[in-house]
Design a protein around this ligand. Sequence first.
Ligand code: PFF
Length: 449
Amino acid sequence: MNDLKEGREQWGSRLGFILAAMGSAVGLGNIWRFSYVTGESGGAAFLLIYILCILAIGIPILMAEFTIGRRAQSDVVGSFETLAPGKPWVLAGFLGVASAFIILSFYAVVAGWSLHYFVQYLSGGPSIDAEGGYGGYFGEFISSPLQPLFWQFAFMVLTVGIVFVGVKKGIEKSNKILMPLLAVLVLVLAGYSMTLGGAQEAIAFLFTPDWSSLTDPNVYFAALGQAFFSLSLGMGALITYGSYLSKKDKLPGAAVSVAGLDTLFAIVAGLMIFPAVFAFGIEPDSGPGLVFITLPGIFDSITGGGIFGLAFFFLLSAAALSSGVSLLEVAVAYFMRKFQWSRQKTAIFIGFIIFILGIPSSLGLGILSDVQIFGRDIFDTMDFIASNIFLPIGGLIIALFVGWGWKKADALDASDFGDTLIGNGWILILRFFAPVAIFIIFLSSIGVL
Ligand code: PFF
């Protein structure tokens, strides 16, 4: 099958692939989204279910995506068309491309905030007035009409720039250097944040579950959505990345390393953010601004903290960039093949459309804040549709496809598991457990169960 696609781009090495997949997984989701969703969902009980979702649903589907991509050597839509021509499984491919547009459109808004903070720290940090503090500063910034749009545009230009250069030179290179740096910085900041006085409360909040919240279906729904979002799952980003891999690379180890590192990142980010949340008396459920309000407070309390602020927002922006790149790549890989466009032209064109699509999300936090859809602003609506609905449905179809739509022996062979106990367990999870669990979580969240 591989020789049919001669000339298709490939990763330079297995490590390069793993780092790029980690770069896709580790992003704003681990720091920005994880902390505020955990804060809004009550802490420890959510974290527990989140980890269970990663282990029991996330890792098996991640393996499924890598397996599909590497075997088919094509983009999300093309992969299903290659492996199951004429069958409805390709729906997952189209949902994936749609999710890429939606997620990147609002992702770029938040990444733009991060860029703005980075630039603020170039000159010592955001200048706040005593009354409003960092919360006031953040609120004013995101609700102003033009500034956030400028930074969102800047982020899209960077993302397009990397996808423009291509898989090996662009995506692989940038990840190798920046990810380890971000990991070190988050660890150092978590260590410092634990000395701020809110540590005990933070640990209780994150690790002592209030068991009664396990009866709340919304906690499961939020945890499932966060697991998919954080692992870049359910929309073919990892099918696309797997498609740049050759047969000789082993998949299961890569899947476990990506999921493990991603989860560790989120937990350490929690240990960085929540002690400060409690030490500064901020409400854990303050919403999407949580990191942008708490972290500048931490930097303020460190002598020379401006340097930390600068480094942090630089690395957060870089992490957002490597995830943004994987989102754009899903759409670009599809349109390139479909219309035989060049990589360069496709990246610019699709990137521009996604920027336009993201404008309402940004304005929805300011001049369009009166526009509410079922009680959510435009930004939250986009996030909700993509993360909580499209990604789990995409994941459900991917699980069913590998479990039922593909000959078992072929799937086992393509995954590198072979006919082993683990391999058979994996197929069983994809056939029964994962689809049923996703389905039940859906039904209970809409109140049917
Ligand atoms: N996993 C990324 C994050 O946690 O920030 C976001 C993301 C990237 C979601 C790529 C989906 C995706 F395909």
